[in-house]
Structures are given as C-alpha cells and as structure tokens.
Design a protein around this ligand. Structure first.
Ligand SMILES: C[S@@+](CC[C@H](N)C(=O)[O-])C[C@H]1O[C@@H](n2cnc3c(N)ncnc32)[C@H](O)[C@@H]1O
Length: 393
C-alpha cells in the first residue's frame, strides 16, 4: 500500500469505529482486526501503519468526530507528515478542500470533561489518560523466578514484586518464556490491585468479575496453587478464555463458574460466608484504560456512569455475602471517576455496619477517600481506584 492508501484505509476504518461507538457496538481493536482479515493484500507493515494512524487520530480527537476524514484531518494538524498524503492519488484520500474543518481536539466531550474535573482529573492528569501505555509483564512465580528467568530483552524493574516494563509494542507474545507461561502481560497497576487481595496459599478466594482471568492468574501465583480460587463472570466468551490461559500459566487451582446476571448468589450459594477474600474487579466506564482504548471515551455518557455505579454497588453487596467473618473484600475499578470509585466504597460502608476500610500503605499511588488511586500521570500505570474492606469478625 502507498502511504496515501494507508491514510484512506484508516479514514474508512475510523468511519466504522465512529458509527459503532455511537451505538456502543464493536470496539476499535475488533474493527481494525476485521479490516486486516478482509484485506489480505495489506502486509504486516501496512497493518502496523494503519493501526498507528487510526489510534493516532482517535487520540487526537476529543469529542466524537463527525467522520473518519475529519478525525484524520485533526491528526494532520499535529502531524505534519499527514496533510501531503491527502493527494488525490489512486486509493489515496482526495485533496483537502478550502472549507474542510478538522474534528475538535481535547480530552473528551464536555459532559465527560466535567465528570473528570469533579474527580480532580484535570490538566496533566487528564492529558496522560491519552498517552501510549508501555508494556508491563508479570513474572509467573508458578513457573519462573525473577532471579533466574532469562528474557530476550532487559526490562525496567518496577515496584511490584514481579513486574517488568518494556516499550509499547514489544512483541513479548513471541518470546518462548511467554509461550511457556513464565510471563504474563499485566499492567503494573493491575499487579498492585492483585497485591491488595493479599491472597495466601490455602485460602478460599473468589474473583467475582474474573473476565478472561488477568487478575485470577496473579492470585493463583500468590496462592502457590493451594486452596480454592473461584473465577466467576457472567460473560461466557470472556470466561471461556480463562482455562487455556490458566493451563499455560500452570494455575491448576483455578475453577471457573459462569454466573447468571441477577442470580449470582444462587449459583455461588456454596461459598456464602466462606471466602477469605473476594475480589470485585467491577465493570466500569474504563476511564483509566483510555491509553489502550482511547475511543472508549466516545462511548461514555452520564447515564452510562450511573448504570455502572448501580451495578458496582450491587456486586459489592453480593461479594459481602460471600466473605466469611473477618474476611476481605477488595474493590477495584479501572475508572478514575469518583462515582465509580471512592463513592462506591463510602456507600458500601454506610450500608454495611461493622465493616472497616483497610489502609493500603504502598510505595505507589495516593490515598483517595477510603482507598488508593493510581493514575497514568502520577504512577505510569493504568488508572485504578483500589479499596479493601474487612468484614466484622
Ligand atoms: C473489569 S472487567 C474484569 C477484568 C478481569 N478481572 C481482568 O483482570 O482481566 C469486569 C467484568 O465484570 C463482568 N461482569 C459484569 N456483570 C457481572 C455480574 N453481574 N457478575 C459477575 N461479573 C460481571 C464482565 O463480564 C467483565 O468481564
């Protein structure tokens, strides 16, 4: 593909991403993958270049743009190599007209900007939400040790016990250590979220919103594969990805349980009042992961945040019934909106007398309400709110 053809392909992909974002349909990643599948003439360099252009344009636009072309024109405003490629060549985009208006820049649309500001995410804190995320790995102590593991490239040592950082785009999936399950890709902040669970060998731990098990696998390693580790989720497709990952990681302690929305406690009845720890890695607006999914901000609205807050409180209520007396409930959200973070813990403590918030005294993040906040700007991690509460003994 010529550079101009790559720009035109990116514009068309952006059109689809914009349409789907409006109806909360398929995410950008899936749309790009689908384009690559149905355009086999695009080689690996083309695919990489198109991906860069698409994500560059998404990051450059604040509110949702009207069209893919307007989004690309916005990128052209900050990247001088793009405008000359609007050259009207075969397969390239038509020349830029005198009255064409690029999409707006900024962080997001005004409603989201005010939600962020209300949670004190402004200025550089807000800007860093759109940085490119580095690639963090966790050394899987079920199969390797930090002292002896040899990797093809030297990573930056991070604060979490088994974390290393590589530049964005490092192809760790091609390393033998990855194929052997000795390392997992996991954001440094997510590793700290798992540390908050403080899972120990022999305990009964429930990962109530396990998804594909990003955090479950870290819990299995902390438990040294001993005890009971239940990975539950309502999403069959996501949960279905966990068993092969657990097998690769040697995490034999993991048991998956598919939940029915609204009947979670019925399905988990055997564990009522039995768990030493329950992790609620709640569904959320994902503000803290915009570095990876920058188009997620085009899907976010006021009503969506309110819906998430209701679901988060409901899940906390379910989790509380699974925790044994004196046990721990860990609440994690990758949103930085207080309504989805510190307010949920405050509401929980108000409605659950006798429960106590624990202090997470860590060398990373900052105290935030009755929990801890990690942000891309302050900590170089995805954005997280992490809170831990202990049930009355
Ligand atoms: C933030 S994601 C979890 C990510 C996962 N823990 C990880 O580290 O990869 C939230 C998950 O909550 C799940 N979820 C949504 N509603 C739920 C419910 N009622 N009960 C349990 N899980 C639910 C979603 O399917 C989604 O996988």
């Amino acid at each position: 593909m010529t550079p101009a053809a790559r720009v035109q392909a990116s514009i068309e992909i952006l059109d689809t991403i914009i349409d789907k974002a409006r109806i909360k349909g398929a995410p950008a990643d899936r749309i790009i993958a689908e384009w690559a599948r149905s355009n086999r003439y695009a080689g690996s360099k083309d695919r990489r270049a198109v991906r860069e252009l698409v994500y560059g344009a998404i990051r450059a636009c604040g509110p949702i743009p009207d069209t893919g072309r307007a989004a690309m024109l916005r990128l052209a405003e900050i990247n001088s190599e793009i405008a000359p490629l609007f050259d009207g060549s075969n397969y390239g985009p038509p020349a830029i007209g005198p009255n064409e208006v690029p999409a707006k820049g900024g962080i997001a649309h005004s409603v989201v900007n005010s939600l962020l500001a209300a949670s004190d995410i402004v200025g550089a804190e807000a800007g860093a939400l759109l940085d490119r995320a580095p690639l963090d790995i966790r050394i899987n102590t079920l199969k390797a040790s930090r002292d002896t593991l040899e990797l093809p490239e030297e990573g930056e040592e991070l604060l979490a016990a088994n974390a290393l950082r590589y530049p964005s785009g490092t192809q760790v999936e091609q390393w033998q250590a990855y194929r052997d399950g000795q390392i997992e890709v996991q954001d440094h902040g997510s590793q700290w979220a798992c540390a908050a669970v403080d899972a120990k060998p022999g305990e009964t731990v429930i990962d109530l919103c396990a998804g594909a098990g990003g955090k479950t696998l870290a819990l299995a390693a902390a438990m040294e594969n001993r005890g009971a580790l239940i990975a539950a989720d309502t999403d069959k497709r996501r949960l279905g990805n966990l068993p092969p990952r657990a097998e690769r990681a040697g995490a034999g302690v993991v048991e998956t349980i598919l939940l029915d929305p609204g009947k979670e406690l019925e399905i988990l009845a055997d564990y009522r009042g039995k768990a030493d720890a329950v992790l609620v890695d709640a569904p959320c607006s994902g503000v803290g992961t915009w570095r990876r999914n920058p188009e997620a901000r085009w899907r976010l609205d006021r009503a969506g945040v309110t819906d998430f807050a209701h679901l988060q409180s409901r899940l906390l209520g379910i989790a509380a019934q699974l925790v044994k007396p004196g046990g721990r409930l860990i609440y994690v959200t990758c949103s930085l909106l207080d309504e989805e973070g510190l307010s949920r813990i405050d509401a929980f403590l108000n409605s659950h007398p006798g429960w106590q918030a624990d202090t997470l005294d860590w060398p990373i993040g900052r105290e935030h309400g009755k929990g801890r906040r990690l942000t891309p700007y302050h900590d170089g991690t995805d954005g997280f709110f992490i809170g831990r509460v202990t049930s009355p003994a």
